[in-house]
Design a protein around this ligand. Structure first.
Ligand code: C2E
Ligand code: CA
Ligand code: CA
Length: 405
């Protein structure tokens, strides 16, 4: 029964501390009570060997430096681990499926695999395959009760708002722009993150309404900033669905103009892994945005499988290097090599490079040494409400000198 299951221990194995943290928080919200975290295979095995902890479910990241997920599965079978396993990864579905097959061949109980990011919905649908989930607990039903109507109302009432995270030029420390990140702070279920409501909005056909609302709010904020003499480029995340809408560029133009904003202040980010496949329609929309002088970024570069030579045929101006590469340890030679060649090639293609998820001075220095142009991340600032940006700008002009002296 679910209630029993929730009392059993769950183990999350991922080298990314951010993923560990958000996955743990998500499991807690789902009602799991005993959650163990391991940032590598050795830690994972130590936990599994502890007799007082009976791990019933392990969530295993396939991509880890040193001992990767596949090798960990072999070690799981060597110690006769009997709990269930869910694999997750930023890799494509085929790799995940092959990993599942391999694990089953090792007589491990694999419930299935999840492409990152892990969401409660994805997890629930795997857990519901077992008999452990036949009496879902209160909170899960609540969560999955974000109906189309609730989400639609939140969008109409502008309860989903943009927060902003600064981007800084490495060479000069100068803030150049901000990325707008959607936030739903006061839902009836508590704060909900975009990793949860963006996929829901796409599923419910509400993503256009949400994007339009964020464009409108952001245009108004941009106008206000301009009046204060703050000229930052504002990057909005664009769902691939919007690129299949031939009218999007016109609609964008209308909303911004009606809100008193300036379209050239905007920039759009589109996730790399979604830029694969049939591209004729998206290409038209991208080109029309480009003709309107809107800058375009490839987001999360490195997670998907496209190579730069394919992407350079598309009208992009900027490449955002995914956090998993930026935060990789110097000993992770594969990540370093990918970063280095990507930045060099991007330069030849006249693409601006932006490192995402820069959390430490070490990350900053590494990206600087590699010739990356801009950085974004907790080291500089976490995403914040629009009202806090002017004050942050003021503080930053002093703060960076202390930070980098
Ligand atoms: P993204 O576009 O890759 O956004 C960057 C994410 O990394 C944000 O998460 C941000 O808060 C987080 N982040 C920034 N710096 C750091 C750092 O130094 N360390 C760590 N660990 N994390 C950092 P967030 O806000 O939860 O957004 C998650 C994803 O949701 C975004 O990933 C984006 O793909 C999507 N998203 C957010 N807002 C929107 C939106 O308005 N429209 C669409 N279509 N997608 C959105
Ligand atoms: Ca982004
Ligand atoms: Ca990103």
């Amino acid at each position: 029964m679910m209630t029993n299951y929730l009392q059993k221990a769950v183990l999350i194995v991922d080298d990314d501390t951010f993923v560990l943290k958000i996955t743990k928080a998500m499991l807690e919200r789902m009602g799991f009570t005993q959650i163990e975290k391991a940032s590598n295979a050795v830690e994972a095995l130590t936990i599994l060997k502890k007799s007082q902890i009976s791990v019933q479910l392990s969530l295993v990241d396939l991509n880890m430096p040193d001992i990767d997920g596949l090798e960990l599965l072999r070690l799981f079978s060597e110690i006769d681990y009997e709990g269930d396993i869910i694999l997750f990864s930023g890799e494509d579905c085929k790799t995940l499926q092959m990993a599942e097959t391999l694990a089953r061949a090792r007589k491990l109980s694999v419930l299935g695999s999840i492409a990152k990011p892990i969401t409660p919905d994805k997890l629930m649908s795997l857990l519901s395959k077992t008999d452990m989930m036949d009496s879902p607990n209160e909170e899960i039903t609540q969560k999955s009760k974000i109906t189309k109507e609730i989400l639609e109302k939140a969008i109409t009432d502008e309860n989903i708002i943009p927060w902003f995270q600064p981007k800084v030029i490495i060479a000069t420390y100068q803030p150049i722009g901000v990325e707008a990140l959607a936030r739903w702070p006061n839902s009836e279920f508590g704060p909900i993150f975009p990793g949860e409501f963006i996929p829901l909005a796409e599923e419910y056909g509400l993503i256009d309404a949400l994007t339009d609302s964020l464009i409108k709010q952001t245009a108004q904020i941009g106008k206000l900033w301009s009046h204060k003499g703050i000229n930052l480029k504002i990057a909005l995340n664009l769902s691939m669905d919007s690129l299949y809408d031939a009218y999007f560029p016109e609609r964008f133009n209308t909303i911004v103009t009606q809100s008193g904003g300036n379209i050239e202040q905007f920039q759009f980010e589109i996730t790399e892994s979604r830029l694969m496949g049939e591209l004729a329609q998206p290409l038209e929309v991208l080109l029309r945005l480009r003709i309107k002088k809107i800058k375009l970024s490839i987001d999360d570069f490195g997670i998907g499988f496209s190579n730069l030579s394919q992407l350079h045929e598309l009208p992009f101006d900027e490449l955002k290097l995914d956090r998993s590469y930026v935060a990789a340890k110097p000993s992770d030679h594969r990540a370093s090599a990918i970063l280095e060649t990507t930045i060099q090639l991007a330069k030849q293609l006249h693409l601006t490079t932006v490192a995402e998820g820069v959390e430490t001075l070490e990350d900053w220095n590494k990206m600087k040494a590699l010739g990356c142009d801009q950085v974004q991340g907790y080291l500089i600032a976490k995403p914040m409400p629009a009202e806090q940006i002017p004050e942050w700008l003021n503080n930053w002009s002093q703060q960076y000198k202390q930070l980098f002296n």
